[in-house]
Design a protein around this ligand. Structure first.
Ligand code: HPA
Ligand code: ZN
Length: 344
């Protein structure tokens, strides 16, 4: 007799990689309050509930304003450690076996926190979690609303860290997309490429398809973060499918930030049908109403994905990751063994 489980549960229990998670976006209101108290800081909100009530966003910028305010409680190495450890616990609970994690150094260096403090705390938590079955990489993101000169200075300050922390393997680009095209950061990405770093950029979340072209052609990214607006340009969709440049899609984020009206309107399935290597990720789970499995569940239910489609998305998460070919093959073999041994 075959024991069957619902597809959402089969996906929840599957080993998976998460490739688009901002560690500062995993900071839950409870931890924001705890860290504020520990650091003798006063918040603009008088309770956890009133902070959570403010999480009603109309677009990317309305989220970013609150996200940067939340991150302002992070001061010490222990703060970055505790934030990262809390994310790792949630990731392990969702059967994430590999995570590639973004952090925004400029959000902290602007407030006088040393970049070493940021990376040391995050990396120590990731090292401690490795023994428990979660491997990880770190990706340093430049804030695109700040200047090119600021990004270049941040890159220079981070240079010794790329040597010291083997987990730190790439750079990315995030924050306010509209009006800040990838072309603004061509030179800093060129420098990162010259020292062999992996490259990613948020593009086509709120910005037009032309920003995705710029990310591919000028920044020469290995993956595109979000990229959902690629669906507006048929030639771009074909190019993404042919080159297998993956999109790290974040469905709940897209709904919370009003990129789509509701989940049934999400273009993830259209992109998948066109052969684009889409993955499912949480983006800023503390702010968008769910961790990675919540994103799988919402997507499977709203878009009525079938068993083979969910398997493809899970495989894509490993194929698009920055692990070695041997590590990737081992992860995919485990996924396939699990998937084929479990009837949905
Ligand atoms: N988009 C751009 N910048 C961000 C995001 C996002 O979804 N999350 C955190 N920084
Ligand atoms: Zn993001």
């Amino acid at each position: 007799m075959t024991h069957t489980v619902p597809l959402t549960e089969k996906a929840a229990r599957a080993p998976k990689a998460e490739l688009h998670i901002h560690i500062e976006g995993s900071l839950e209101p409870e931890l924001i309050f705890k860290l504020a108290q520990r650091n003798n800081m006063k918040l603009a909100y008088d309770s956890i509930e009133s902070l959570r009530d403010a999480y009603a966003f109309t677009d990317l910028q309305s989220f970013l304003d609150i996200y940067y305010a939340g991150a302002s409680v992070l001061l010490t190495e222990a703060d970055f450690y505790d934030m990262t450890m809390a994310y790792c616990e949630r990731a392990l609970a969702d059967n994430v076996v590999h995570a590639e994690i973004f952090f925004d150094p400029q959000t902290h260096t602007e407030r006088g926190v040393a970049i070493e403090t940021v990376v040391a705390g995050i990396d120590r938590a990731l090292a401690d979690t490795e023994k428990r079955g979660l491997t990880s990489k770190l990706i340093l993101c430049f804030l695109r609303h700040l200047s090119e000169a600021d990004a270049l200075a941040t890159f220079d300050a981070a240079l010794p860290l790329f040597e010291r922390y083997p987990r730190l393997i790439g750079v990315g680009l995030d924050s306010s997309e509209r009006g800040h095209p990838p072309s603004k950061f061509e030179r800093v990405f060129e420098r990162a490429r010259a020292i062999g770093l992996k490259l990613v950029a948020h593009a086509g979340e709120e910005g037009p398809p032309s920003y995705i072209y710029e990310a591919l052609d000028l920044l020469k990214v290995d993956r595109v973060d979000h990229g959902v607006r690629s669906i507006e340009d048929a030639a771009l969709v074909t190019r993404l499918a042919d080159t297998r440049v993956a999109l790290t899609v974040c469905p709940l984020s897209n709904i919370k930030l009003c990129v789509f009206d509701d989940m049934t309107r999400h273009t993830l399935k259209d992109l998948l049908d066109h052969g684009v290597a889409v993955t499912v990720n949480s983006d800023d789970p503390a702010y968008f109403g769910g961790y990675v499995n919540d994103n799988y569940t919402a997507t499977i239910d709203a878009l009525k994905l079938d068993d083979a489609e969910v398997h493809t998305i899970l495989r894509n998460s490993f194929e698009a990751s920055f692990v070695t070919p041997q590590e990737r093959d081992a992860m995919i073999a485990k996924l396939d063994a699990y998937w084929n041994g479990t009837a949905a």
